[in-house]
Design a protein around this ligand. Sequence first.
Ligand code: SF4
Length: 493
Amino acid sequence: MTIYIDAHDCHYEVQRLCTMFLRGERAPLAFGAPGEGEERFLYTGRAERDGKALLTVRARLGGSEVHRQRELPLPSGKQECERAFGQMIYELLVPMTGIRPPWGILTGIRPVKLFRARLDAGESGQEVLRYFCDGLYLSEEKARLALQTAQVQRPILRGSAPDLFSLYVSIPFCPSRCRYCSFVSHSIEQAAGLIEPYLELLERELALTAQKARESSLRLHSVYFGGGTPTTLSAAQLDRLCAAVAENFDLGGVKEYTVEAGRPDTITAEKLAVLRKAGVDRISVNPQTLQDEVLAAAGRNHTAQQTLDAFGLARQAGFPCINMDLIAGLQGDTPQGFADTLERVIALRPQNITVHALSVKRSAALGGHAGEVLIASPAAEMVALSARLLIGAGYHPYYLYRQKDTVENLENTGWCLPGYESAYNIHIMDESQTILACGAGGVTKLCRPKGTGGQEITRIFNYKYPYEYISRFEQLCARKEAVVPFFAGMEKN
Ligand code: SF4
């Protein structure tokens, strides 16, 4: 299907929304109007008439053509135009395709921020629900999920301050590469020789970053080791890395210290002991699924029993908060299989359970089959089931985001037992706290309040791949020179 854009600048939103109805079909943009006899198109146009903006949507998907028009007062902003186009596209394409996107006309990755903004402006929960359900066509289920998430987040976000920051440490190595992986991670077989030089430079970057934090009078709030799979490193390497963090940063005020252990096949009692000794209090042990045949199809070289064993080790090691990640929509999984996984995971009572909807990016080994996977998936049923079971088991949602290329444009939701919310996860989605990132693929995000309200944000990107990180390390360090000037003159309260 071709999407026509005529005399407006809402093409990004229009295209994002249309693709939700197309399930893998490409939808190229064209400018102007469709030609005579064109069979599959969606036209969006703006004109001015009688002192008003007239927006038109016409759609033809092989059958007869349908259309809608709406007038907006002048001047009308981009947001109002996007919303009006979105409503008309939704009203036309739902009956034409039989697809009803559960997030309505919302296309952004951070829907919870929109909910919280309305709560902060003084609206009641009921008013917020009505705004999103009636005006933006969200399903009641998704609107309630986002509202509850926003309500859980509010006190945690209020507890932050502009001079607090999180430290992110990237370990972009994994024992093997999962077929659905959308991250830049290198399997150990490919990259074993890079690990030592990588760690040496990472220690140097930690020292440099700590110096910039001190010069900017920033205080460390949380530490997060992500990847990849940080526990791909040996116990001795983890020990060395944790020591580098402790030597360079003041851990006295740290509220959370998280390590994504992730793959159960990398977890040993020795590594867990090293992490506990260093003060790590949150760890992930990620089953993704407890169905062995689904794990094998996903290219994860471990069994469900290995996950259960690794979870037992983490419990024994005394981690106060353990997270378990699940993926809805993995190839070969069924709603029954997913329910079985979820029930067994809930029975373990991890403090956090994160449910991801499968995201298949082009970089994944699924490659050209991604479209088929997206179409065939029962992920929506699984995600709905997870919300029912987790709420029933006493968990509540505390962070949520959507990704492009996600099955059915579904959301990823972090659930937790009350009191075990990860402030790091909340802040990263809210974009309201500075993150100083070290390591390949790390993105430093500098945040400070703007005089006019809201946040001023600047990003510094590290090189993505370990070999680039190693070969261009000096250039990467030069980019961190932007940190101190950014915070110059910032008020602390
Ligand atoms: S463990 Fe995670 S980062 Fe590593 S290959 Fe699998 S999906 Fe990618």
